[in-house]
Design a protein around this ligand. Structure first.
Ligand code: NAP
Length: 252
């Protein structure tokens, strides 16, 4: 494998590793030679089997990413007990749908906590350890095309994903000179649990598909392979960018 695109010898932490895009990222990381530390609240056995089928290693860490104290304790104990982490992928995320006039405080807080606050706290923990020990590292935050667009009926999700893009820029400005690359990926429409409600609505599904120049929805592996690029040496001069991986959706 071209060394510029290899993750050999590197340990990559992926949140939301049990399913969907997170699972796709774990498989892509393993194919690139990286060791995976999967973080989540549900069983990650399926992902572990897929990673092992690629000849990779998978270590599961159980944590509710909506629990601030648990998130902070989790990162520190992984580093202390198992050694350094070279890459962090903040993938876990949730979405709640309601008209803006009816949007509840609970639906606002829950989404902002998992999608934005936990993303920041894990970046902060990673930055403290990597900078503190004089190491190098990479962060990839999973944003959304709704980091650029407004969307509809997803107020907290859109706000959180605009926040992820802004946070990515802020951290890149602070940490680029300290050896950490911070970037994000903005997936378009991907076949996962997150989009089940959309895919169950024939009118919305047809309208979305008609707008995607690539003529298909994304599969998790499409996002996984782009994530590997942002974790690997090939992207060493990239800082603070949010790359759409959307089949051309934003180009329309
Ligand atoms: P998904 O299949 O619903 O997966 C979401 C992941 O986040 C799951 O692993 C889920 O775990 C985890 N998670 C959520 N809340 C958690 C919590 N409190 N503690 C621990 N884990 C938690 O959706 P996905 O499409 O793969 O989404 C992954 C990321 O991509 C999200 O950030 C999403 O916003 C983003 N994204 C998705 C799309 C798309 O079209 N699918 C487009 C743009 C961006 P459980 O299974 O245990 O709930």
């Amino acid at each position: 494998m071209n060394a510029a695109f290899s993750l050999a010898g590197r340990r990559i932490m992926v949140t939301g590793a049990n399913t969907g895009i997170g699972q796709g990222i774990c498989v892509s990381v393993a194919r690139a030679g990286g060791a995976v530390v999967g973080v989540g609240r549900s069983s990650m056995d399926e992902t572990a089997a897929l990673v092992k089928a690629e000849g990779g290693s998978f270590h599961a860490v159980h944590c509710d990413l909506g629990d601030t104290a648990a998130v902070q304790a989790m990162f520190g104990s992984i580093w202390k007990e198992q050694g350094p982490v070279d890459g962090l992928v903040n993938n876990a995320g949730i979405i709640r749908r309601a008209d803006a006039v009816d949007f509840s405080v609970a639906n606002w807080d829950e989404v902002m906590d998992v999608n934005l606050k936990t993303t920041f706290l894990l970046c902060q923990a990673f930055g403290r350890h990597v900078i503190g020990e004089g190491r190098k590292g990479s962060i990839v935050n999973i944003a959304s095309v709704l980091s650029f667009q407004g969307g509809i009926r997803v107020a907290s999700y859109t706000a959180s994903k605009h926040g992820v893009a802004g946070l990515t820029k802020l951290l890149a400005c602070e940490w680029a000179a300290k050896g950490i690359n911070v970037n994000a990926i903005a997936p378009g429409y991907v076949v996962t649990n997150n989009t089940e409600a959309l895919r169950n609505d024939p009118d919305r599904t047809a309208a979305i598909l008609a707008r995607i120049p690539a003529g298909r929805w994304a599969e998790p592996g499409d996002i996984g392979d782009a994530t590997v690029f942002l974790l690997a040496p090939a992207s060493k001069y990239m800082h603070g960018t949010t790359i759409p991986v959307d089949g051309g959706w934003l180009a329309r």
